[in-house]
Design a protein around this ligand. Structure first.
Ligand code: PEP
Length: 257
């Protein structure tokens, strides 16, 4: 069965005003409107989520809003934090967890990521678990990815994994302007490896249904190679998702493959 492509926009801490956010969001929505076989998910900063999420028409399943993070507690004295229920109440259906920038700047360990994944899945959100190595040091980086997945998913019942997505994002390939992305050939090897890790965790029925995405300097020029040859079901896109024309081109490519 051919699964629909999933293209996720991670805006990170951009743009700097709600007005700009509306403009990028509307441009993206227009680009996504014509698509039938591609799911588009836009993950803006928390503060814009409510306004933007509420502008998505109900029943429009191919265009959704998501968040870039969440906290694992349901409510209470956790200054500055946002819960899964809060996200759901403003229309978010997806949440990114364990992005390498959160791991690096906010000290998120696999244990913290695990708590966040549990909270997101338990609340019924689709959770995008980001994994990726800092460099390709032989003998080390494969273990690193394995630990991120196994520890991130520890103790989660299989039934909840139906809403899990894995985004493979090698850290060294993130945020580059030039031809610095990984290669489709290497990502293919990595997607096979990730499936192997997932097999005992998810079981043979569910494992093939867990989408694996690639992220790291994807642009309109290299998107086709990843979507065609890398064994992935979609893409997680950072800086190019802030330019609706470029993001729209990537959506068109996804739709035609
Ligand atoms: C990301 O950080 O999730 C990402 C994919 O960024 P970029 O596309 O800018 O490399």
């Amino acid at each position: 069965m051919k699964m629909r492509k999933i293209i996720i926009a991670n805006w990170k801490m951009n743009p700097q005003s709600l007005e700009e956010a509306k403009s990028i969001f509307n441009g993206t929505k227009r680009a996504a409107a014509k698509l039938k076989k591609t799911l588009t998910v836009v993950c803006p900063p928390f503060v814009y989520l409510s306004t933007l999420g509420s502008s998505i028409s109900k029943g429009k399943l191919s265009f959704q809003a998501g968040a870039q993070d969440l906290f694992w507690k349901e409510k209470g004295s956790y200054t500055g934090e946002i819960s899964a229920e809060m996200l759901k109440s403003v229309g978010a259906k997806y949440v990114i967890v364990g992005h390498s920038e959160r791991r690096e700047y906010f000290g998120e360990s696999n244990d913290i990521v695990n708590k966040k994944i549990k909270a997101g899945l338990k609340a019924g959100l689709n959770v995008v678990l980001c994994v990726g190595e800092k460099d390709r040091e032989p003998g080390v980086f494969l273990r690193y990815i394995k630990d991120e997945i196994e520890e991130g998913l520890k103790g989660i019942q299989r039934v909840f994994l139906k809403k899990l997505i894995i985004a493979y994002e090698p850290i060294w390939a993130i945020g580059k302007k030039g031809p610095a992305a990984d290669s489709p050939e290497d990502v293919l090897q990595m997607s096979i490896y990730i499936k192997k890790i997932l097999l005992p965790i998810a079981g043979k029925e569910l494992m093939p249904k867990i989408p694996i995405l690639y992220g790291g300097s994807v642009n309109p020029k290299n998107a086709e190679g990843f979507l065609r040859d890398a064994g992935v079901q979609g893409l997680l896109i950072g800086h190019e998702s802030l330019v609706p024309e470029h993001f729209g081109e990537i959506l068109k490519i996804a739709e035609k493959i």
